[in-house]
Design a binder for this molecule. Structure first.
Ligand code: GLU
Length: 469
């Protein structure tokens, strides 16, 4: 039988890091075995589910490259099917109507709590032909003895005694089905063979297994993934920085780095750190996922991001860098191709956001010089080297790195000064700051006339500075 996995988010917010990792693991299980990955939107909680959250989840999945083979299914479009199966369970006496009032249920709850017991439904309407009233919920008739056992891929054997499980409400007074029931019906109808989800659902699993059995449906495998903690050991939250997956895009991370990072966060394969998606699908096994909670480590993510910036083909990175320039309103149509910028800058930054920020001078005028760099390098002594370099650069008929380097070398030789005395003022003049890749290749990417104009501007700056002194 071919494996079918699913990701089933409730659209009440963005796709967060924990959800994304669960989705990734689920996706990998399907890909590794040539199976199918299903996306299901669990939107039955109409008050908390929103369209922007649905859009954000789909956007996050797409950005990470977690493509789905079927779906997205929406639970709100499946109410008829749930109703049909609720009726079936009622007809087979596997479910029953419960007329207990909220007042009665509340009193019962209080008494149980006072007696130090776990609150649970006492079965008042379970076998009570007298039970009647204006409104009712429908409860699943949970087995009263024996136990539910399942072998969790991550946590091993888990057993719940049926006595601990009360008769779960499967339809509310208004007839709408409840969460646990919808999940069961969907997992069955969608042919899910392997459920990968957060550990917060462990307590739902025995209930869901009992309902599956009552419906005559096969029981899938389960894997409950542990929590992600912040680097301080506390539950991951906004305090720790980005929690939404799309925030990582905004902050300049590559999806390849985030996928690699999330895969390794709680799973390992020897001591290998870097995995292509192809390797992940080859090596990933749920049984190798860590049971312990994993701690987020931004430094490691940065390291991976840098690795991918340096090693992925520039054309793969290009759209992400373009996105960053768009956020800065930098028009890149007239400048060098982004592949070149990536080649030059990849090992100088940790993120594409930084890369865009430090690469504006390829596409825009230098409006202002960095104050510190200007103070240090655009001084009167820099006038002569800049003038000389300008003259030699202006004379070049071929604008390429070799010729540019030649002009810079010649300037230093003629003036009998060190390379730094020429290079640094020139760098500040053309890039606005004291940090850039090597000048020959940097200048090559900027049109000759533009370089000359920027040198003029720097010379003006020096002249004004002389006047004001
Ligand atoms: N909708 C649930 C959630 O977002 C997941 C349910 C499941 O995976 O079974 O937490």
């Amino acid at each position: 039988m071919s494996v079918v996995t699913r990701f089933a988010p409730s659209p009440t917010g963005y796709l967060h890091v924990g959800g994304a990792r669960t989705a990734l693991y689920s996706w990998l299980v399907a890909k590794a075995q040539g199976g199918e990955f299903v996306l299901r939107i669990e939107d039955t909680d109409r008050e908390r589910s929103t369209q922007p959250a649905i859009d954000a989840i789909l956007e996050g999945m797409e950005w990470l490259g977690l493509n789905w083979d079927r779906g997205p299914y929406y639970q709100t479009e499946r109410f008829q099917r749930y109703q049909q199966l609720i009726d079936k369970l009622l007809a087979e006496d596997k479910a029953y109507k419960c007329y207990c009032s909220t007042v009665r249920l509340e009193q019962m709850r209080e008494q149980q709590m006072a007696a130090g017991e776990k609150p649970r439904y006492d079965g008042h309407c379970r076998d009570n032909p007298e039970a009647s009233g204006d409104s009712y919920v429908i409860r699943f008739r949970n087995p009263q003895s024996g136990s539910v056992v399942f072998d969790d891929h991550i946590r091993g054997r888990i057993e719940f005694s049926n006595q601990e499980l009360d008769d779960l409400i499967i339809a509310r007074t208004d007839g709408t089905p409840t969460y646990n029931f919808c999940v069961v019906v969907d997992d069955w109808d969608m042919g899910i063979t392997s459920v990968v989800r957060g550990e917060d659902h462990i307590n739902n699993t025995p209930r869901q297994i009992n309902i599956l059995k009552a419906l005559g449906a096969p029981v899938p495998d389960y894997a409950h993934v542990s929590m992600i903690l912040g680097d301080d050991g506390k539950k991951l939250s906004k305090r720790h920085g980005a929690v939404s997956v799309m925030q990582y895009r905004d902050d300049g991370y590559l999806p390849e780095a985030v996928v690699n990072y999330l895969a390794r966060l709680g799973w390992s394969h020897g001591d290998q750190e870097i995995f292509s998606v192809a390797e992940l699908t080859e090596y990933f096994k749920l049984d190798d996922v860590n049971k312990a909670a994993s701690a987020f480590n931004t430094e490691k993510l940065n390291w991976l991001n840098q690795h991918y910036m340096k090693t992925l083909p520039a054309e793969t990175i290009k759209p992400q860098l373009q996105w960053q320039f768009d956020q800065l309103n930098v028009d890149t149509t007239a400048g060098p191709c982004l592949e070149k910028v990536i080649e030059l800058q990849a090992d100088r930054v940790k993120t594409l956001k930084e890369m865009a920020a430090i690469s504006r001078y390829f596409f825009e005028n230098v409006e202002e010089f960095d104050a510190k760099a200007a103070k240090k390098h655009l001084r009167p002594v820099a006038k002569e080297p800049l003038q000389k370099a300008r003259a030699l650069l202006a004379g070049l008929s071929d604008w390429n790195s070799k010729a540019i380097q030649g002009a810079i070398n010649q300037t230093a030789e003629v003036l009998e000064v060190g390379m730094g005395k020429v290079g640094m003022p020139l760098r500040v003049a053309v890039t606005g700051g004291g940090n850039s890749p090597s000048l020959d290749v940097t200048l090559e990417l900027i049109p000759q006339q533009e370089v000359l104009q920027r040198i003029d501007k720097a010379l003006d700056f020096i002249a004004r500075r002389e006047e004001s002194n």
